[in-house]
Design a protein around this ligand. Sequence first.
Ligand code: NAD
Length: 458
Amino acid sequence: MNSFQNVFDAQKSNQFNVGQTTYKERIAKLNALKQAIEVDYKQAIREALYADFKKPFIETDLTEIYPVLGEIKYVSSQLKKWMKRQKVKTPISFLGTSSWYINEPKGVCLIISPWNFPLNLSFGPLVSAIAAGNTVIIKPSEMTPHISEVMREIITKLFPENEITLVQGEVEVSTELLKLPFNHIFFTGSPNVGKVVMEAASKHLTSVTLELGGKSPTVIEASANLQQAATRIAWGKFINNGQTCIAPDYILIDESIKEAFIVAFKDAVELLYEDPKTSKAYARIVNNRHFERLQSHLEDAKSLGAIIELGGRCVSDDNFIEPTVVSKLPEHSSLLQEEIFGPILPIKTYQTIDEALAYINAKEKPLALYIYSENKKQTQYIIDRTRAGSTAVNTNVLQYINHYLPFGGSNNSGIGKAHGIFGFQEFSNMRSVLKQHIKVSVEFLFPPYTDFKQKLVD
Ligand code: NAD
């Protein structure tokens, strides 16, 4: 028997109790979660993430705690409206009926999360799932065990197991969970594992939200404000030590401004981190396996004659990699082929904007595409001729934080959307209801079909 069958069955039996809760009851649950994150466990969360990969406290506050608190606040302010029956118009031929739809809970849901923003990417979707009235099993990443333990404590304290529970473990645990007939799976992780999840979900026709990754390009167009671009890209690239799904993965820059940009970028890195090895603002690579993966990217680049424009130093006992910029990479280098997910930034030049766009469009659709330009027409031209999950202009990463925006990818970078109403809808089924009010209606068209009825239809 599946080792999670009992908890799954218990949640299944409980799903209608949870699903019938009022908006006030759901907000009370969200507020309990808020109290735990904002007050009771705040310091424990910071310390756990520091233990996991030396994540600076301030980055934990900005990228893990505040986004979840912001989501709770926004969802709570809207939930009454979202849970109301949504009336729709009635065509004249259906006179005597009224129609509406309701956002009903999907039922028993599974959230599988990655290690790079473990609290945010577990509790963020959980907020949507609770708001939509579901029961949930959460499976966080095995790579950040300290924060997983704190999250488990919070969930165990706040919720009965037949409503929300958190299970820990490696791939085998995910594999076992994925055999169960969940009503929805919300997965955040790599495109490769996303395919595994989707295949498993197909066995039960379980709906999925897949928040995936890939290579997010940053186009720096000739008119860009270089100093501003350099500072913002350095922040977006090196926050969380480059282990961010929407971090700028590589730069495509007009060749006329490449040298000036590199100078500005070096200044920006100096300004932000001074000495990254001792800086309290610079996190570490999550574990030695990922450290070695990144180190081998650099070795591959060097062996292919690429130029290390900045950084390049790797210290294995600390999983430390300097903020690094690499140029003159051949197309087949691993840095240009694989998602980097670390503090290494390749720079590639282009001669015409169409050449840059052709390069982007030859690859999978990115999760994010960034544009630095002071030229509105050119900016729109780039947006119109590319496809991406999201775009930010003259900045990066911030699009994630605005909960009025849908967040997610497209095809290889994801399926479905998170945050705000979009996350709520992902965990809801829009159930339509049509109600007949008067006795006489379309019955006069029921069989037997006479010539008279045929004429009416004609
Ligand atoms: P991952 O895909 O390796 O793992 C994610 C989760 O899936 C973990 O809980 C892991 O235990 C589980 N898992 C791993 N292999 C599995 C398998 N074969 N079967 C079932 N479950 C399995 O991803 P990761 O390394 O934790 O995170 C990095 C990736 O996630 C990057 O590609 C990044 O771009 C992406 N990401 C996307 C977003 C987003 O919002 N779109 C956010 C963060 C990270």
